[in-house]
Design a protein around this ligand. Structure first.
Ligand code: C5P
Length: 399
C-alpha cells in the first residue's frame, strides 16, 4: 500500500498521456494522494477536468497562475511530495531536465525539488535512440533520476521499437521500489531464471521443464526489499516481475554475456536451469528427412558454467548463490557442487517427478553454506523467495 504517500505526477505531452489517467486510478487505489501537474502539451491529450476528477485534487498547469502562488508556491509544491513521477516524459522534457532549464511549471518544479524523481519516457523510437536523448538519459541517470521503460513494441506513429510508455502497473511497481527504503536499497542484485533454449536448427531447440517461477519470485522478493534487480531470463513460462530490469535471452552463451554485462553487483542469484550442452553442429537452415530413414547425428559441446564463471571471476559479487536441482543424494551432491563451482550458498532441491516441484508452486529446499546444511520446510515458492531475500539482505548488511 502507498497510504500516506503523496505523488506529484507531471503529465507531459504525447498520445501515451491517456495512460496517466489509469496510473492516477492505480495510485489512488493503493492509498496514495496525487498532486497532478499537466504541461501545456499534456493538456492537448488529456483534459484538466479528467485529471483533477480522477486525482480528486486541483490540477496545476501554469507557472504564472497567481492564485496557485498564493495557495502554494512552486517551491513548496515541489517539496510536499514523497516522489515526483513524470509520465509520460517527452524527449523535450528530458532535455529540459538534463539542462536544468525552468521555463514552465513542470521544469521549474523538477529543478526546485529535493525529492526523488521517477521518469517514464514515451516518444518515437528515433527520438529515443537519438544521440541527444541518449546523452540526456545518461546525464539524468547520473544525477540520480530513476527510469521505468520505455517498452518496445508497435507505436501510435506506426513505427516499431523502444519508445512506448511503460504500462501503468510497471510504473506502479517502480514507484513502490522508489519509495522503498528496505534493507537492500542501493544494492544491485543479478538474478538468472528460466530455462535456456539451445538451437538444433532455426526452428528446433533443446530445452528443459523449468518454468522460471522460483527465479521470478526471488527477483520480486529482492525488489520488495529495495534491491535494484537485473533479471536475466531464458524463455520462461511465467512473466517477468515488474519493477526490475529484464534482460531476455535464449541460450546459455547469451545468458553468460548478459550476466557479465550486468556486473558489478553486490550479489548474484543463479536460479536458471541452464542447459549443460548445446548442439555444436546446429544447422543454419531447417533440417529435413532425406528419405533414407537415417536420423541426423547431433554433436554436443559443453556450455559455459555461468555460476562457476561468475564465482571465480574478477568482478565476483560479494555473495553468489547457486541452485542445485537433484533427484538423489541431494545434500551430498549439492555440498560438492558448492565447492566445485566456488559459490557461497547452494539452494538445493529434490526435483524427482514425485515431488511435483519442477513447474509446481511449492518448493522444499536445503540451503548449503560454509556453515553446513539447513533444511527448510516445504512452502510456497514465494515464501522460499522471501526467506532467501531476507537472508541475502542480512548477509550483505555487514559488508
Ligand atoms: O551443474 P548444475 O547445472 O546442477 O548447477 C546448477 C547451478 O549452476 C544453478 O545455480 C544454475 O543456475 C547454475 N548453472 C550455470 N551455468 C550452467 C549450468 C548451471 O550458471 N551452464
Amino acid at each position: 500500500m502507498l497510504t500516506d504517500k503523496r505523488i506529484l505526477l507531471i503529465i507531459g505531452g504525447g498520445i501515451a498521456a491517456y495512460k496517466s489517467l489509469l496510473l492516477i486510478r492505480l495510485l489512488r487505489g493503493a492509498g496514495a494522494a496525487v498532486t497532478p501537474v499537466l504541461t501545456h502539451a499534456g493538456a492537448e491529450f488529456v483534459t484538466p477536468l479528467s485529471v483533477s476528477a480522477l486525482a480528486g485534487e486541483k490540477v496545476y498547469t501554469d507557472l504564472f497562475d497567481l492564485t496557485d502562488e498564493a495557495e502554494m508556491g512552486h517551491i513548496q509544491l515541489s517539496r510536499v511530495a514523497d516522489l515526483i513521477v513524470v509520465a509520460p516524459a517527452t524527449a523535450d522534457l528530458l532535455a529540459k531536465m538534463a539542462q536544468g532549464r525552468a521555463d514552465d511549471l513542470a521544469s521549474t518544479l523538477l529543478l526546485a525539488t529535493d525529492t526523488g524523481v521517477l521518469v517514464a519516457p514515451a516518444m518515437n523510437v528515433r527520438m529515443w535512440e537519438h544521440a541527444a536523448t541518449r546523452r540526456n538519459v545518461a546525464q539524468l541517470a547520473a544525477d540520480g533520476v530513476r527510469f521505468v521503460g520505455p517498452d518496445a513494441g508497435e507505436m501510435a506513429c506506426g513505427e516499431f521499437g523502444p519508445g512506448r510508455l511503460a504500462e501503468p502497473e510497471a510504473i506502479m511497481a517502480a514507484i513502490r521500489a522508489a519509495l522503498t527504503t528496505g534493507p537492500l536499497a542501493g544494492r544491485h542484485v543479478i538474478v538468472t531464471s528460466g530455462p535456456t533454449h539451445e538451437p538444433i536448427d532455426p526452428v528446433r531447440y533443446i530445452a528443459n521443464r523449468s518454468s522460471g517461477a522460483q527465479g521470478t519470485a526471488i527477483a520480486a522478493a529482492l525488489r520488495d526489499l529495495g534491491a535494484d534487480v537485473t533479471f536475466v531470463t531464458g524463455p520462461a513460462a511465467v512473466p517477468a516481475p515488474a519493477g526490475v530490469t529484464v534482460v531476455a535471452v535464449e541460450t546459455a552463451a547469451e545468458m553468460l554475456a548478459a550476466v557479465e554485462a550486468a556486473l558489478p553487483a553486490d550479489a548474484a542469484v543463479m536460479a536458471a536451469a541452464v542447459a549443460d550442452w548445446r548442439v555444436a553442429n546446429a544447422a543454419g537452415s531447417k533440417m529435413k528427412k532425406d528419405g533414407s530413414g537415417k536420423a541426423p547425428a547431433l554433436e554436443f559441446a559443453e556450455n559455459p558454467d555461468i555460476l562457476a564463471t561468475v564465482s571465480k571471476g574478477d568482478a565476483r559479487p560479494r555473495l553468489v548463490v547457486g541452485f542445485a536441482a537433484e533427484t538423489d543424494d541431494v545434500v551430498a551432491h549439492a555440498t560438492a557442487k558448492r565447492l566445485r563451482k566456488g559459490c557461497d550458498w547452494i539452494v538445493a532441491n529434490d526435483v524427482s517427478p514425485a515431488t511435483g516441484i519442477m513447474g509446481g508452486t511449492e518448493n522444499a529446499v536445503t540451503v548449503i553454506s560454509a556453515d553446513g546444511a539447513e533444511s527448510w520446510p516445504r512452502m510456497g515458492k514465494d515464501q522460499v523467495a522471501r526467506k532467501l531475500a531476507e537472508r541475502i539482505a542480512a548477509a550483505l548488511k555487514n559488508s
